[in-house]
Design a protein around this ligand. Structure first.
Ligand code: ATP
Ligand code: MG
Length: 356
């Protein structure tokens, strides 16, 4: 199966209010999918429809090949869910809640306790197995919720903001667990406001805004698109400014390049690399490159500098200079847009177009 989730014009309205608007989205099998979006965007509502907790107003979705409207029981069998607000029975213990879930899904008696035991050990909650849910901390509740959701070995696991309020160590344990689950073949759908979490874990990311899917790509793809868009926008601004001074004359690539060097158009991007055999001669050569600003030399041959952000030749020129001089680069990095930058750009653009 190529896609474990396929939505078709999936829509949810509450009265006249549209919470999810004709969503068309595919999630590939055995991947980790990140669902991002501002508060109230429609993420939880989408998850509720995909997990048969809410009926779509229009459209439909297939989960593991089963239709959420026509075959809800089959859908429920293949999924596990850790909801945004833990929904276990407060007066029952961790163990009792897990047992209840196992019985609900018909987990055979002879494997039930071993499975619960293994899962409790995996997420490190066994020590609290006889405590009532109402007596647990936020993180302990999340772990208990995870055990209950995994006890029937679901193909697809939905996690709605699973690490919110967790301490950094517990967060990491959960991240490793999500990764392990995915490695062992589970598809994970993760809703989160933690950009680092999504960037690190997810194969694909969908950004939902006011009920619409406004971006879908790999985390790197989203960042690369933003970088390209920023560059195109900047080129456009430079081109307009240049055409005002050039009047009817043809504008060449060189014209744009030199025009970009003017202070008002200059935007910087940090670049850093480590050259094992850095010499004074090479340092001086780098300093003379016209796209290079604020060069600093650190210990062990670390070079930090700023380059002209929107000039295509800048990075190439710096690397070429080092390599042609026989410099050996053992580490290199450039400042890239973050997933948070993408989120802000994409969701504010959608807001602007909705107001227009
Ligand atoms: N039962 C309901 N009745 C009426 N409106 C609802 C209901 N459930 C959700 N909504 C509305 O639908 C919109 C989407 O809500 P949803 O919970 O899906 O957002 P979300 O993306 O999960 O947000 P958050 O990041 O805050 O969890 C919101 O405007 C919310 O007020
Ligand atoms: Mg939500």
């Amino acid at each position: 199966m190529k896609y474990v989730i396929e939505t078709k014009d999936l829509t949810k309205r509450y009265g006249k209010f549209t919470a999810v608007n004709s969503l068309n989205m595919k999630i590939p099998n055995k991947t980790i999918f990140g669902m991002l979006g501002p508060n109230g965007a429609g993420k939880t509502t989408t998850i509720k429809m995909l997990t048969c907790l809410a009926q779509p107003t229009e459209g439909t979705a297939k989960v593991y090949g089963f239709d959420v409207i026509k075959e809800p029981n089959k859908v429920r069998d293949v999924l596990g869910m850790v909801p945004q607000h833990v929904s276990l029975y407060k007066d029952l213990t961790v163990l009792e809640n897990s047992e209840l879930c196992a019985d609900f899904y018909g987990v055979p008696e002879d494997v039930k306790f071993d499975r619960i035991n293994d899962l409790m050990e995996l997420v490190d909650i066994k020590y609290a197995q006889d405590k009532k849910i109402g007596q647990l901390s936020g993180g302990q509740k999340q772990k208990a919720s995870l055990v209950a959701s995994l006890v029937h070995r679901p193909e697809i696991l939905f996690l709605d903001e699973p690490t919110i309020g967790l301490d950094p160590t517990t967060k990491r344990i959960l991240w490793e667990l999500i990764q392990d689950l995915n490695d062992s073949g589970h598809t994970i759908i993760l809703c989160s406001h933690d950009m680092h979490e999504v960037d690190m874990l997810c194969d694909n990311v969908g950004i939902i805004n006011t009920g619409n899917l406004v971006a879908y790509d790999t985390p790197q793809g989203l960042k690369d698109t933003l970088l390209k868009e920023e560059k195109d926008e900047h080129d456009k601004i430079v081109h307009i400014a240049l055409s005002q001074t050039h009047e009817d004359k043809e504008i060449s690539k060189e014209d744009i390049s030199s025009f970009k060097n003017q202070d008002e158009f200059l935007k910087f991007r940090k670049m850093s690399f480590l050259v094992d055999n850095l010499s004074e001669n090479l340092t001086n050569k780098i300093k003379t490159i016209s796209y290079v600003y604020d060069l600093k030399i650190g210990k062990q041959g670390r070079i930090e500098l700023k380059i002209d952000k929107f000039n295509d030749e800048a990075i190439t020129e710096v690397i070429k200079t080092v390599v042609e001089d026989g410099g050996i680069i053992s580490s290199i990095s450039t400042e890239e847009p973050s997933l948070e930058d993408v989120f802000i750009k994409v969701t504010s653009e959608a807001k602007d177009s909705a107001r227009a």
